[in-house]
Write a protein that binds this ligand. Structure first.
Ligand code: MLT
Length: 269
């Protein structure tokens, strides 16, 4: 797999196809493989780029904290190294969605369209922050396993859990490869992330929200709130899909993306 040296880390990434650039940003505690069903299908029309965020997958860890702003800057630095200076489509899942919002905050002129999936605009509540602290203490004391074991059943829809062992295995394999150090850095970054509600409310970018009807980590109501927040945003709800909806229902997920981008006026590409 190609790697590129950014400020302090080698970043591993996928790059497939040609056409308008379409960046996929994975969530916590995952890596680029999450998007295999997207780069395989969408590379016929787009230049698909899917990095391993620092510390995840085959990317190096470096010393910087995993704030959403730092991770967003890594994405821009990667694009610059790849010679992509045009505006692009950005699709982020969950933490990847928070990073997409941080990209919008840093350089709105670079974003031709936003695809926010299994994510929310709000910052962590005090209870949410306390839960991050508990997870950090658990990870420090017992390693990554208890975090992964408790998260796995909540990542997928009941249908996927019952009848799609290959998806359960893929999600487990991806998460099991993430180090405890990365899990702790992600949790700190997630806990400190800013509220992006007013940023999105003022944004002019075409936005598609895709959400799993059975998401147990970010309830559907949060996606409905997100849609009301963002002017003109479209919400597509995928049945029998949970938090990893792109893995669970790739056909519907990819079709929603194609349809969304097709409707965006050409001059914004
Ligand atoms: C993710 O899936 O990226 C995280 O669960 C997001 C979060 O905990 O807020």
């Amino acid at each position: 797999m190609p790697t590129i040296m950014l400020s302090d880390v080698n970043i591993c990434f996928e790059q497939h196809g040609s056409g308008p650039p379409l960046l996929f940003i994975h969530g916590y505690p995952l890596h680029r493989q999450l998007w295999e069903g997207q780069w395989n299908a969408l590379a016929d029309a787009y230049q698909v780029i899917a990095p391993d965020l620092r510390g995840h997958g085959e990317s190096e860890s470096g010393v910087s904290p995993h704030t959403m702003q730092n991770l967003a800057q890594d994405c821009f630095d990667l694009l610059e190294k790849l010679g992509i200076s045009a505006s692009l489509y950005v699709c982020g899942l969950s933490m990847g969605g928070y990073i997409a919002m941080a990209m919008l905050r840093l350089h709105p002129e670079r974003i031709a369209g936003l695809i926010l999936t299994a994510t929310r605009s709000a910052a962590d509540t005090p209870e949410g922050k306390a839960n991050r602290d508990k997870s950090i203490l658990l990870a420090q004391a017992q390693g990554a396993k208890p975090i992964i074991d408790s998260m796995l059943p909540r990542l997928l829809s009941p249908k996927s859990l019952e009848s799609r062992p290959e998806i359960v295995q893929t999600a487990h394999e991806i998460m099991s490869s993430i180090s405890v150090n990365t899990i702790i850095k992600d949790l700190l970054g997630l806990k400190e992330r800013p509220d992006s509600t007013s940023l999105l409310a003022a944004s002019a970018q075409p936005t598609l929200i895709i959400h799993g009807a059975d998401d147990q980590i970010v309830p559907l109501a949060e996606a409905q709130t997100l849609q009301k927040t963002i002017p003109g945003a479209q919400l597509t709800i995928l049945p029998d899909a949970g938090h990893l909806l792109n893995l669970e229902t790739p056909g519907l997920f990819n079709a929603a993306i194609r349809q969304f981008i097709r409707k965006i006026p050409h001059e914004q590409e």
